[in-house]
Design a protein around this ligand. Structure first.
Ligand SMILES: [Ca+2]
Ligand SMILES: [Ca+2]
Length: 340
């Protein structure tokens, strides 16, 4: 008995000693004079602190490349200003935020004196998640400011997502969700109205293509009702390759002392069920076609529909054969009466 216990203890000790040390997950936000770098195990994103704190590099690690195109950066826009607006080139001030074991955050702020608005982005990055969140806080500095576009008084603050997958944009597509309606499109210079809960861009290749991927913006549930419309655009210039989709919130008047908030999740990953489920986009995953079929079809469904199709083909074939036999029988001359 004692020998057994000693042996068992030794085996346990051996197991503990040889067990590999857990790999410490990457989860950092670093800043330099001109950059803020967000990094976890799936993403490495560089924001340009001197110009809009906009993503100028967005590496999706499982894809292995940067999806940002130099011709069209993702950015925010106060639509009372002519596009791309003053946030686009504004210098931001960085300060670190809270850090827990599973999330890190930072706070980026700019003061737009001429517009009369302070813009703050509170960024939260999570361990092993294909996304980070940006909480936008818009504050009127000293007078009421109307955030409404000149061509549509209902349209206010906008956040745009733009990128490119692989070496070409002809297979890049747009996607959006308004309620239960999820649509896959490719269109330019037009708008869909309604409380969109996500907008995305993806590469329409089959699963084996390394250039395949999906990315975009998802609105935090409590702000979905404030979404007014979605804007679609892609470049037709031969030397520019990008596709874009924009979330547009309803117009709002900012009052001093009453900041307005929006929370937007930035996501990017391969077109993979587990990763897309972790974002809450399993419906989009199922909708994106691969090899002519929808991704949501399970092997059991394939087997069932395969058997059904096989059965129908067999039935049809036997019916054709039966008809042929019947017709052949008609053409057979009647048997001659036996000669006596
Ligand atoms: Ca592509
Ligand atoms: Ca492709």
């Amino acid at each position: 008995m004692r020998v057994r216990i000693i042996l068992l203890t030794l085996m346990l000790l051996l197991l503990v000693a040889t067990y590999p040390f857990p790999v410490r997950a990457v989860l950092t936000i670093q800043s330099s004079e001109d950059r803020v770098i967000l990094e976890n195990s799936l993403l490495r994103v560089e924001l340009d602190l001197l110009e809009g704190a906009k993503p100028v590099s967005f590496i999706v690690k499982p894809l292995g490349y940067d999806i940002i195109t130099r011709d069209r950066y993702p950015s925010e826009w106060l639509t009372q200003e002519p596009w791309p607006g003053s946030i686009y080139r504004a210098p931001f001030i960085y300060r670190p935020g809270e850090t827990t074991g599973v999330a890190v955050s930072c706070v980026l702020t700019t003061i737009l004196n001429r517009t009369g608005v302070n813009v703050t982005k509170v960024i939260t990055l999570y361990a092993d998640r294909p996304y980070f969140d940006i909480e936008y806080i818009l504050t009127a500095i000293d007078r009421p400011v109307s955030v409404a576009s000149t061509w549509d008084p209902n349209l206010g603050f906008a956040v745009e997502w733009a990128c490119m997958y692989g070496s070409a944009t002809d297979d890049d597509r747009q996607a959006f969700g308004i309620g239960d309606r999820i649509e896959l499109v490719k269109k330019s210079w037009c708008r869909e109205y309604g409380p969109a809960w996500f907008v995305a861009l993806y590469d329409n290749d089959t699963g084996t293509d390394p250039e395949t991927g999906v990315s975009g913006l998802m609105v935090d549930t409590q702000y979905v009702d404030q979404v007014y419309s979605v804007w679609f655009e892609y470049s037709v210039a031969t030397n520019q390759m990008w596709t874009c989709i924009r979330l547009e919130f309803k117009a709002v008047t900012l009052m001093p002392g009453h900041p307005v908030h929006y929370v937007v999740r930035y996501f990017a990953c391969p077109i993979d069920r587990t990763l897309m489920e972790s974002i809450g986009l399993e419906k989009l995953y199922e909708k994106i076609p691969v090899g002519g079929a929808q991704r949501g079809i399970t092997p059991e469904q394939v087997a069932f529909y395969g058997m059904l199709t096989g059965g129908i083909v067999l039935l049809a074939a036997s019916a054709v054969l039966a008809v042929r036999r019947y017709k052949a029988g008609e053409r057979t001359p009647p048997p001659k009466p036996p000669t006596l």
